[in-house]
Design a binder for this molecule. Structure first.
Ligand code: DGP
Length: 114
């Protein structure tokens, strides 16, 4: 999608620090990390957020969660714990309207989230 920063990163038009990539998803380091480990798991297909998904998108979200677990293990945060966050709407902090999942780890986290 034109003017989507994550589509441009996926297309290689904007550089990123890549952690994993395959035909379905891209995993990169967040440019403004909020924890010692802060990754973004991004489906390559553009949709804004949960509100924009249809049935054919069901599979990729399960895939992302499984990959998040694999990456957490590889990064050594599986035992200490990690948080997955996905914002839907500007009112709760979504700033990039191409769905993505934050994987955060490496510090203590409070609940409820702020
Ligand atoms: P959200 O607020 O949930 O939409 O998260 C968007 C995240 O994307 C935010 O943590 C900052 C990150 N981000 C924005 N622009 C870029 C970029 O150009 N490169 C990378 N790696 N991350 C970006």
């Amino acid at each position: 999608m034109q003017n989507c920063i994550f589509c441009k990163i996926i297309a290689g038009e904007i550089p990123s620090r890549k952690v994993f990539e395959d035909e379905r998803i891209l995993v990169i380091e967040d440019v403004t990390p909020q924890a010692p480990l802060h990754l973004l798991l991004i489906p390559k297909k553009h949709y804004a957020n949960c509100l924009d998904m249809d049935a054919q998108d069901d599979e990729v979200t399960g895939y992302i969660f499984r990959k998040a677990g694999e990456i957490a293990r590889l990064k050594g945060v599986d035992q200490s714990g990690f948080r997955i966050v996905q914002n839907n709407g500007a009112g709760v902090g979504q700033s990039v309207f191409h769905i993505h999942f934050h994987l955060l780890a490496g510090r203590s986290f409070s609940w409820p989230p702020g």
